[in-house]
Design a protein around this ligand. Structure first.
Ligand code: DGL
Length: 263
């Protein structure tokens, strides 16, 4: 099997591009297939059964694309469907943002987690962090409105400031804040202004891409070819925002995404 096979990365929308960015920086020669289920987002307010069904369809799509590793670049899917993804992936390694983000945050003392309602309700982060360090204090906030605001491009907008203050003000004693949704790093500046300079903001994408490097190296799956990498983007709805926000965020021109239907 060739190591030129792509890495499959998926999310409900553009949020997973925050993970892609980190992968591109650390593994600049890897080919990537990205899938964003824009037509059906947000996932974070849907039922566990629905999210698991969507995740299952996406993993089948990625496996058909002959990926050599799968990165769940969505906390919501990691929280409620990781077992299903692992099962369907067979012997393809699966990385996910919650496992990596928990390790990255577990040496905090008073940890805040902001995430979608599905992720918060699952308790996946507290359970995973407490397994690593059972002395920490943990609080969570479901920030339901962040994803629609980000997908709408309201990234430097006063409405975002107001809503972010509302969500974050109860977390006034934390020393560590986990961005428990892959959309949130896009609004990190707004979050930083509210929580202040002394809070350690954890973007799980960093540790996830480190873990991907470790895994691919261990399994001898690193692409050693120095060819220009191929990045393919698949979406379930064509939205001009995918390119405009994606390009702003990745700081590179994106090829036009290809439309697919998973139903
Ligand atoms: N970006 C996803 C996450 O990390 C979910 C956003 C959504 O569709 O609600 O949780």
């Amino acid at each position: 099997m060739s190591n030129k096979r792509p890495i499959g990365v998926f999310d409900s929308g553009i949020g997973g591009l925050t993970v892609v960015k980190s992968i591109m920086q650390k593994l600049p020669h890897e080919n990537i297939v990205y899938f964003g289920d824009i037509a059906r987002l947000p996932y974070g307010t849907k039922s566990v059964a629905t999210i698991r069904k969507f995740a299952e369809q996406t993993v089948r799509f990625l496996v058909q694309h002959n990926v050599k590793a799968i990165v769940i670049a969505c906390n919501t899917i990691s929280a409620v469907a990781k077992d299903e993804v692992i099962k369907l992936a067979g012997n393809i390694p699966v990385l996910d943002v919650i496992s990596s983000g928990s390790v990255a945050s577990s040496n905090g003392n008073n940890i805040g987690i902001i995430a979608t309602p599905a992720t918060v309700n699952s308790n996946a982060y507290p359970n995973s962090i407490l397994r690593l360090n059972n002395t920490v204090k943990i609080s969570q906030a479901a920030c339901t409105l962040f994803v629609p605001l980000i997908e709408e491009g309201y990234i430097n907008h006063p409405a975002l400031d107001l809503i972010a203050k509302e969500y974050l003000s109860p977390m006034n004693e934390i020393d560590t804040l986990v961005l428990g949704c892959t959309h949130y790093p896009i609004i990190k500046n707004t979050i930083r202004k509210i929580v202040g300079e002394n809070v350690n903001i954890i973007d799980p994408a960093d540790k996830t891409s480190d873990d991907l490097v470790t895994n691919l190296t261990k399994l001898d799956l690193i692409n050693t070819s120095l060819d220009k990498p191929v990045y393919e983007f698949y979406v379930t709805e064509i939205s001009p925002k995918f390119n405009s926000i994606g390009e702003m965020f990745l700081n590179t021109k994106l090829s036009t995404p290809q439309l697919v239907s998973l139903d």
